[in-house]
Design a protein around this ligand. Structure first.
Ligand code: GLU
Length: 463
């Protein structure tokens, strides 16, 4: 690369950070980092009615959670209105843009007439200046919008970084509005001025924007601005093959954080969803950066696979530093209104982490250590039977006098089953139900060792 690579992500703050946008941000970030370039965050807040500060905060928090650090920004489009106005003035002077005084009623009538004729809806050029054309008289009291003078013939072609060569004829597109009557720019115009001013070299974005790109390229050309390269990333489909949407389950990054996914797992899973590096399924942030050169992005839509994400997350739950895992589990406890000391959480995660896909599951396993348990009537009836109850009391008595460690607990359990003629599972299941509130746990001696002796004895007393 000759010039410094500069990429950006440009979310609209009209909601949380969508998984699709997060993935595009991830690709843009990784590409910039791979090339030693810069990554810019721009907030596209020109939809004033729907943009909120709360959305901005959520987007920033999600980006931070995923570790997508930006070198510049957030830059807010609504703070750049003067700049857009200045560029519009240049374009008006150069004849590449013009004022249009059509009223909404006239535009509606235009649309209805086109539909009646079976034509595609497009602006009919009423106010477009042409050599020798006499424009209508300027109506009183109508604030004009500014339209771009789109070329009327020829094609727009670009070599898409993801999809390969794409050509769209100028006849397919019309003179779009670039500045609304209230002075707020439209997306296709602001995006060009910004990508130009911010010296963006590579634009990765969702492929719902493919049809906008010819307009943007024409505006770049009208401004004499250098073109970035464009890469349009296919959509993410839900498990049901439909576009991933809110109605079909969690689509916000925040929801996955709350559900106990680790940022490194989300990063890994999202990166792999629509991109590949050989057969590698599990990779670190550093590997992603060293591998991600913009190639091997999939041309076809990616399929969201909750089971695979769970598998990836389970890998990270097993392998991340235990102190960090404990911090994440402690955060889950805070969400439940419980605040156990960190070291109390930390000394218990190792025993349970291998059976957990999320930190929520891990917190579930650790709950009996920090809150009362309520065994289900079914479990009590099945496991805490009259045949076992005397043995539970024997065990309770034995536990009072032993050293409190796994080996001694194990010996006490073995002596108890021998004395009562029981099988190990009979006693162990009953103890689990009473002490942990569930019949299945890791090895019972290891589980009990992590409780205070008196908690175990008090719960056995309840039998
Ligand atoms: N604000 C646009 C969006 O969120 C940005 C598209 C682009 O990256 O150009 O879809």
């Amino acid at each position: 690369m000759t010039s410094t690579v500069r990429t950006r992500i440009a979310p609209s703050p009209t909601g949380f950070l969508h998984l699709g946008t997060a993935r595009t941000a991830l690709y843009s970030w990784a590409f910039a980092r791979h090339h030693g370039g810069q990554f810019v965050l721009r907030i596209e807040d020109t939809d004033v009615a729907r943009s909120t500060q709360d959305s901005v905060d959520q987007i920033l928090a999600s980006m931070q959670w995923l570790g997508l650090d930006c070198d510049e920004g957030p830059i807010y489009q609504m703070q750049r209105l003067d700049r857009y106005r200045a560029v519009v003035d240049q374009m008006l002077a150069a004849g590449t843009a013009y004022r249009c005084y059509c009223t909404p009623q006239e535009l509606d009538a235009m649309k209805a007439a086109q539909e009646a004729r079976g034509e595609k809806r497009r602006y009919d050029g009423t106010w477009r200046p042409e050599p020798g054309k006499v424009l209508p008289p300027i109506p009183a009291g109508v604030e004009p919008v500014i339209r771009f003078c789109n070329p009327t013939d020829g094609d727009v072609t670009w070599n898409d970084l993801v999809k390969g060569p794409i050509t769209i004829g100028n006849r397919e597109i019309d003179d779009l509005i670039i500045l609304r009557a209230d002075g707020v720019p439209t997306y296709n115009f602001a995006v060009v001025v910004d990508d130009w001013d911010m010296r963006i070299t590579h634009v990765f974005r969702g492929d719902e924007h493919v049809n906008n790109t010819p307009w943007q390229i024409n505006i770049f050309n009208a401004l004499g601005a250098p073109l970035p390269l464009f890469g349009h990333v296919p959509v993410i489909l839900g498990d049901d093959g439909q576009k991933l949407s809110k109605r079909r389950g969690a689509v916000s990054v925040t929801a996955y954080e709350e559900a106990g996914y680790l940022p490194e797992a989300m990063l890994n899973y999202l990166a792999r969803l629509g991109w590949s590096h050989g057969d590698d399924e599990l990779f670190t942030r550093e590997q992603l950066v060293s591998w991600f050169d913009g190639s091997h992005l999939s041309k076809s839509p990616a399929q969201w696979d909750a089971a695979k994400l769970s598998w990836v997350n389970a890998h990270y739950v097993k392998t991340v530093d235990e102190a960090r895992l404990a911090t994440l589990v402690a955060q889950q406890f805070v969400r439940r209104g419980i605040a156990p000391p960190m070291d109390e959480v930390a000394r218990r995660v190792a025993l349970f982490k291998d059976r957990c896909a999320t930190t929520v599951e891990l917190a579930d396993w650790l709950m009996p250590y920090f809150a009362d348990v309520q065994p289900s009537p079914d479990d009590l009836a099945t496991h805490v039977t009259e045949a076992v109850k005397p043995a539970l009391q024997t065990l309770r008595d034995k536990l009072a006098g032993i050293e409190w460690n796994k080996a001694a607990i194990n010996a006490a359990i073995k002596e108890t089953i021998a004395a009562h003629g029981l099988k190990m599972p009979q006693l162990a299941h009953a103890v689990r139900v009473l002490v942990c509130g569930r019949a299945q746990t890791p090895s019972i001696d290891a589980v009990l060792e992590l409780f205070p002796r008196e908690t175990v004895r008090a719960r056995l007393q309840g039998a």
